[in-house]
Design a protein around this ligand. Structure first.
Ligand code: HPA
Length: 282
């Protein structure tokens, strides 16, 4: 079955509209913020009081994540008084799906609702030698090292321009607010460039060396880039936060277990930051 490996087409657009209709029937349009919760945000997910939810497997055309440790549920809930949509888990390109498929739910949400801000989060390997496991990093910019882009193929003019600008994908204004909030609540927030790789293999030593020395990148993961491209294309502001789950700067073996285990160590800190931050960005 290979239809999902195609670029954006009329059929893909129809799928997004179909999912959007499903969402409009199920959820009210009161939230301005969508949070895409990757590894490390389990604590935050549990702190959001759910009001309505849908399993990914029930959302037309999307499908459940195939990866252990990645739940698949869309929640409408509240952080304090602030209503948010929360995607608990995401689809990744390394599952063998197309970029269009990976971002289908995000696109449908943005078509269905007047969301203004998308907060993307992820676990990433540290490339910056100053970073430590458990650090949080504000994404200032990204490098698309997946060599795939969900905007390839037919462009839906209603959604955004054919050739979108990418000079400030991660809102400077939101980053300033995030830094201020982090300072106020005593959380060290690093800032740097995120590399989105295809995976599922972690990086070789030569790749780590190249990413750091040639590209000046600070952290590398396997997600976020397609979502940011789509949200920005559709005129939404993006805030990205990585948690450093492992260090690629030391001669150690990287495992999924290590990444998941360390995500439990930062859950509380990550949750505190987002809980304080969200009411301040709406
Ligand atoms: N590399 C790529 N993706 C990752 C890593 C890493 O070291 N850690 C968590 N996600």
């Amino acid at each position: 079955m290979a239809p999902t490996a195609e670029p954006m087409s009329e059929a893909e657009v129809a799928k997004v509209r179909d999912s959007a209709r499903f969402l409009i029937d199920r959820f009210p349009a009161e939230a301005k913020v969508l949070v895409i919760a990757g590894s490390g945000l389990g604590g935050f997910v549990r702190s959001v009081v759910p009001e309505l939810a849908a399993d990914y497997s029930d959302i037309p055309h999307f499908g459940a994540s195939t990866v252990a440790g990645h739940a698949g549920r869309l929640v409408l809930g509240r952080v304090g008084e602030t209503p948010i949509f929360l995607m608990c888990g995401r689809r990744h390109l390394y599952e063998g799906i197309s970029p269009q498929q990976a971002v289908l739910l995000l696109r449908a949400l943005l078509v269905a609702f007047p969301l203004e801000i998308v907060v993307v989060s992820n676990a990433a390997g540290g490339l910056n030698p100053k970073f430590e496991v458990g650090d949080l990093m504000l994404i200032s910019d990204h490098i698309n090292w997946m060599f795939r882009n969900p905007l390839v193929g037919r462009n839906e003019e209603q959604w955004g321009p054919r050739f979108p600008d990418a000079s400030e994908l991660y809102s400077r204004k939101l980053r300033e607010i995030a830094k201020r909030v982090a300072r106020e609540i005593g959380i060290l927030l690093r800032e740097g460039v995120y590399v989105g790789g295809l995976g599922p293999t972690y990086e070789t030593r030569a790749e780590v060396h190249m990413l750091r020395t040639i590209h000046g990148a600070d952290a590398v993961g396997m997600s976020t880039v397609p979502e940011t491209l789509v949200a920005a294309h559709m005129g939404r502001k993006v805030l990205g936060i990585s948690f450093i789950s492992n260090l690629l700067t030391v001669p150690a073996v990287t495992t999924h277990e290590e990444v998941m285990e360390n995500s439990r160590l930062v859950e509380q800190k990550f949750s505190r930051l987002l809980t304080a931050l969200i009411p301040r960005i709406v």
